[in-house]
Design a protein around this ligand. Sequence first.
Ligand SMILES: Nc1nc2c(c(=O)[nH]1)N[C@H]1C(S)=C(S)[C@@H](COP(=O)(O)O)O[C@H]1N2
Ligand SMILES: [Mo]
Length: 349
Amino acid sequence: MQNATATILKPLPDDLFKLHGDNAEMRWEAMSGQGYHTPTDRFFVRNHTHTPLIDTTTWRLRLHGPGIRCPRELSYDELRAMPSRTYDVAIECAGNGRRFYDRQQHAAAPGTQWGLGAIGVARWRGVPLKHLLKEAGLRPDAVDVVPSGLDAPFEGYGHVRRPLPVRKAMDDVLVAYEMNGERLPPDHGFPARLVVPGWVGIASIKWLGDIEVSTSKILTPWNTVFYPEVTTQPVKSAFELAWNALLRIAGNPLVLHGRSWSGRGRIVRVEVSFDGGLTWREAEHHGHRLVSAWLPWHITWAPRRPGSYVLMARATDETGATQPLVIPRHPLGYNFDAVVRHPVQVVIG
Ligand SMILES: Nc1nc2c(c(=O)[nH]1)N[C@H]1C(S)=C(S)[C@@H](COP(=O)(O)O)O[C@H]1N2
Ligand SMILES: [Mo]
């Protein structure tokens, strides 16, 4: 089967993805019954141009710039031979949830009209960027670390690249070459990508070829025009259910599953409302309580009457940040962290 979009190489079946032009959003019902990680076959894809096929025999990762003493070029094998780390981390597009500015607040924001499926959590393995920077002789006056992608230049703006402040680059960033225990697939950045925990997806540059370290503040279109002043991701929650899901109840209460996440800290509480926000009940969480990934939870529900309902989930993270019912419009449609009103149909018997 040929993909409807030729810019993504992996299959994009309709039961796993919703297409938005050249981007593929995960359908949340595709997480139902899955484990902690988003399987790679259903991980969302956001490409500025198209997935390149890169030959690792000629690929090199270049580290250079006035902010380091010893410029380096690493081959794929050299990178893989370095000490590695493995982290469970979410990658989420800054525009995740953008369509709810229009749907819930009647103030549409321009850009890809993502529902809540522009997020995935994978197990990433790679070399800590900190390690590479130290080996390259990071200078005390280094300011920004600018990773750039080997995908085709985007419109008139050049290669996709976004500066990271040295402080973040030296913290928990990974140069990843494995996703969920396998070689990074082409659509997700083969042979290597950055994984920047807690930050907007654009920070996690795919198809990494070049890392420049500067001694002054760097501006690129990706921290001015496209993603100005967005760094960490706010709190969000989603049910593992289709939009307008049909829920059949016969005797036993329903068990509804979902996940909540925040780029700013651990999730400490998740509450669910079935009556439009009048009353809230705490969901039970299980398993992980990680920073920069998500917290799975479930709640039982026994609706007495058939018909249309709206489900709402609201999470709070360890910084005390919680999801409001309404948020101010963001001109570019980022940071949609308001509670999403998820419609379902209940059938009894
Ligand atoms: N080189 C490069 N890196 C990129 C992009 C891109 O188009 N080119 N898209 C960014 C954006 S906007 C997001 S949200 C994430 C998406 O990662 P994924 O496609 O692996 O889900 O990659 C980021 N890294
Ligand atoms: Mo993104």
